[in-house]
Write a protein that binds this ligand. Sequence first.
Ligand code: HEC
Length: 181
Amino acid sequence: MKFPQTLPALAVIAIAICGCKASAPSKAENAVVNEVKHEVTIGGKDVKNPIAYTADAAKEGGEHFQHHCQICHGLDGQNTGVPFAAKMDPPVADLSVKDVQDYTDGQLKWIIENGIKPSGMPGWKGILDEEEMWNIVHYIRHLPPKGSLGAPEIFKEEAEEHEHTHDAAGHEHKDVKPHKH
Ligand code: HEC
């Protein structure tokens, strides 16, 4: 599968963002930020998903997810194989966790549409249409088991390239490599 040019560009932006991390926020700060996000910042709370859940709807959402979102969230939405996921500030959310699943469908769609500023989560208004965003919400509600889809192709290639460099140069390369869980 070929990736559009914008996806590697986003990865570069993501890596750039994680370079300016100063200090980690405390647990209490995180709890407050989380509460404010759930209750105030994120809109769409009462908006219902107009597309009824079917396995096909989730599958279609998964295809869009694996096109647009995997570069940061992994194919499975749980950051599998994304080397910079934990280094971003805030880190890339694991979409299977309670904090994310606690959002209403409307809020998840709002997040996809508008993104979360000033984090690295981009908004997709004008890129994805309504139906695509709602199908992605179905996919987020029915994520595959963590690790079951492997690492995004782009990071696999990167890992292989590092291996080649290692062979040719004959010295240790302590660069990012996708973790295998
Ligand atoms: C450039 C990297 C990047 C891409 C691409 C990306 N995300 Fe994210 N996403 C993030 C980061 C970073 C966060 C954590 C933001 C935060 O906690 O404030 C996040 C958080 C989220 C959250 C949870 C928000 C929360 O409050 O916990 C959802 C849902 C989400 N992303 C869905 C998506 C979907 C769907 C796509 C594709 C249409 C996508 N993301 C593409 C980086 C990305």
